[in-house]
Design a protein around this ligand. Sequence first.
Ligand code: OAD
Length: 246
Amino acid sequence: MKYDILIEKLSLSRTVGVLTGAGISAESGIATFRDPDGLWAKFNPAELASMDGFLRNPELVWDWYNYRRKIIAESKPNAGHYALATLERLLPHTTIITQNVDRLHASSGSKNILELHGNIIENHCVRCKKPHTDHIDFEEKSPPKCSYCSSKIRPSVVWFGENLPKGIFEQADMIARQSDVFFSIGTSAEVYPAAYLPQTAKQYGAFLVEINPTHTSLTPFADLYIPAKSGDVLPEIVELLEKEIR
Ligand code: OAD
């Protein structure tokens, strides 16, 4: 049977970790970062995804996030997201650890989700950190003001040089250590600390599976490398698992 070792490992597993990156949302029409047509080929991360960049030019940064929010608001989960939600229904000990800020895992029905890089839907004050829950007008060119301290509002995403949300990486690291099977899906595995997770999982004995049409620095360490689009291969894997365990 195709993927027979993986299906066996999954059916015997007690913990499954799934690290996802921009590639899983590519088939939903959301650009990745480091592919040749990715966001970082066209835009400067230091200008658009750092506190310094925001303080230098808040209008430019806010406008760029509104541009991305609009695309994300109009996008829908794809077959890869839905397959992972089904995986969690079949194996409730599955946790998605995502670097994505688009919330498409939640929209597709996944429940156990750790957002390593925050999300683009929520916002908070750059100074007092209070959440800003007012409606966001995607056409607005400058950031709104905080209703408590009048400072600027920023998206609740993690920027370069910032810490990950409190406790989230620790939980993800624990999952990686406990995983019997660990997936790395649609990520270039270049951004740390997220990129430590598949390495940790492998070091602690997980069966490491990478799904990515392109080789990464992780590929030589994968027990199973599947050079395919996640939206094509994940439904097939989950269907095989369902047949095996039902
Ligand atoms: P990257 O853009 O670095 O990598 C996306 C990966 O997805 C590439 O390796 C592609 O080959 C792969 N890919 C493309 N289409 C795919 C598909 N249909 N199925 C499976 N894989 C596919 O994105 P990330 O690794 O997510 O951080 O980037 C990590 C972080 O860098 C992001 O969270 C963001 C960025 O700077 C912050 O904003 C903090």
